[in-house]
Design a protein around this ligand. Structure first.
Ligand SMILES: [Fe+2]
Length: 352
């Protein structure tokens, strides 16, 4: 409804302001007046109008000078320039600079009312379109997030199903995630990196879907070919999750078996060039693997596994990450409740 829209009439001539004020008030608009550019700015600061009728020629700051300032500060305020007939060229120039319309002096009050109605109607439509577009974008963003969440949830369920099939790996990804997140917090990762680490940890072994179960569950030492076959899971897993996670998570999964000193299988990077998430995952993954029973060996005790991590600092593991893990290891619920507590007698150190 037009009744609530406010119009600020800016003109140095009182009689013109009164004339426009009367006419537009009768049309149902709420009008205010300003006799100069400075007064107009003051009134806009206090309460921005939806429409400004702005005289081009005024003593002090002119309407032409005020126009860009108004459009810059109050983009949603429509502006109609008021000009003498002889200044039509200047008025057109103003339109190019963002004015919505112009009216010529001497005024035809009916034409002015028409211009005001038309300009405010155009403004209303523009605001509605913008609001619609913003909501549309918000809706698209929400749905994209939801699709991603559902897809990641499905992959996560697949990982848990894969693990559940095998008594030796049941719960591995969830435990690794708990440990990795605790390390991530200890080394001071920011919130978004923690979220990446959570997904990287939960999904790190999804590529095992491509691994031959008979090799994975082989109760004896693997041949070199068999070991190479198992290790493809890092690359395969990165490929599976690539369409729905960011590059940081993909790289984390791809490099989670990299050794800090570069001695891992088919390793392309070493040291700090291995993504930090992957270096964290490597420690968490190794600890949980060592403290869990495997077909070819019983679980190590927590103490043995911690000693093994310590022994591999600087070679297999990033020293900063490994030390952060060793520092927090006693307070990890996973450590207290891991399979290792039930297997205190193990002596085997082979980890797959
Ligand atoms: Fe793995």
């Amino acid at each position: 409804m037009a009744e609530r829209e406010r119009i600020l009439i800016v003109d140095d001539e009182t009689s013109i302001r009164k004339l426009l004020h009367q006419k537009l008030s009768r049309q149902g608009y709420h009008c205010e007046e300003a006799g100069s550019a400075e007064e107009a700015l003051e009134k806009m600061r206090a309460n921005p109008a939806e429409l400004m009728i702005l005289d081009i020629k005024m003593p002090g700051k002119s309407g032409i000078e005020l126009l860009p300032e108004i459009k810059g500060k109050y983009a949603d305020t429509a502006v109609i320039m008021a000009t003498a007939l002889t200044e039509a060229g200047i008025a057109i120039q103003c339109m190019k600079q963002g004015a919505d319309d112009y009216i010529c002096k001497p005024f035809n009050l009916e034409e002015i009312a028409l211009s005001v109605d038309k300009t405010l109607e155009k403004r209303r439509l523009e605001l509605q379109i913008r609001e619609y577009q913003e909501h549309l974008q918000e809706k698209v963003d929400q749905q994209t997030k939801e699709i991603r969440r559902l897809f990641l949830g499905a992959i996560e369920a697949l990982v848990f199903a894969l693990e559940a099939k095998d008594e030796y790996t049941a719960g591995h990804s969830r435990r690794v995630t708990k440990i990795a997140l605790a390390i991530g917090k200890e080394v001071g990762l920011p919130k978004d990196a923690i979220e990446d680490l959570r997904w990287g940890s939960l999904l790190h072994d999804v590529g095992k879907i491509a691994v031959d179960q008979s090799i994975q569950n082989k109760p004896s030492r693997l041949t070199s070919d068999e070991y190479q076959h198992i290790m493809i899971h890092a690359q395969v897993g990165a490929g599976i999750v690539k369409p729905v996670v960011n590059d940081r998570v993909v790289e984390m999964i791809e490099h989670h078996h990299d050794h800090y000193d570069g001695s891992g299988l088919h390793q392309t990077v070493a040291g700090e060039d291995i993504p930090l998430g992957a270096r964290i995952l490597a420690v968490a993954d190794a600890f949980d693997a060592m403290t869990s029973d495997r077909p070819y060996r019983p679980a190590m005790t927590v103490e043995e596994a911690l000693r093994e991590i310590k022994r591999c600092v600087d070679t297999q593991f990033d020293p900063v990450v490994a030390r952060a893990f060793l520092k927090i290891s006693s307070s990890l619920p996973t450590v207290e409740g891991s399979q290792a507590t039930a297997s205190k007698t193990s002596k085997t150190r082979r980890v797959r």
